[in-house]
Design a protein around this ligand. Structure first.
Ligand code: ZN
Length: 139
């Protein structure tokens, strides 16, 4: 059993930017040369989250619209009153989504569906650089 920890850096536009990170995650798995186990991707930071989605134009609009209903922009959050950074909505969205995603792999391949990509969603109200941790546990 091995534990391998890698990292991937990405740039985002913020504002609920949805970024397909599947190629970078697959690359990390190839470099780890593990056959089977579990891979976790984690974003450090409290205004972004990770999930999976079918990365197609309709859903890239539907998902931000759903988040707009859950935690709308343009309203006052207690966080904004306390800190003045205007991104209370981003923290709430990130907390709902969660900061990590785990996927099993076998024969050196992620066991994702054909139409399932791993995405980072950056909710912050400005462009950001994000450090993603990719940790693989397997053999
Ligand atoms: Zn904040």
């Amino acid at each position: 059993m091995n534990v391998i920890t890698d990292s991937v850096e990405i740039s985002t536009c913020g504002h609920t930017d949805i970024i397909d990170i599947t190629p970078q995650v697959e690359q990390a798995l190839r470099e780890a040369e593990l056959e089977r186990g579990n891979l976790t991707v984690f974003v450090s930071g409290s205004t972004a989250g990770i999930t999976s989605i079918e990365y197609e134009p309709g859903l890239l609009k539907d998902l931000p619209e759903a988040f707009e209903k859950l935690a709308p922009t343009g309203v006052t959050y207690h966080h904004d009153i306390a800190w003045g950074d205007g991104n209370g909505y981003a923290h709430v969205r990130a907390a709902i989504l969660g900061p990590s995603f785990t996927v099993p792999f076998d024969n050196g391949k992620l066991l994702l569906g054909t139409w399932q990509q791993i995405v980072v969603i950056d909710f912050d109200n400005r462009p950001r650089r994000r450090d993603l941790i990719v940790q693989m546990i397997g053999e």
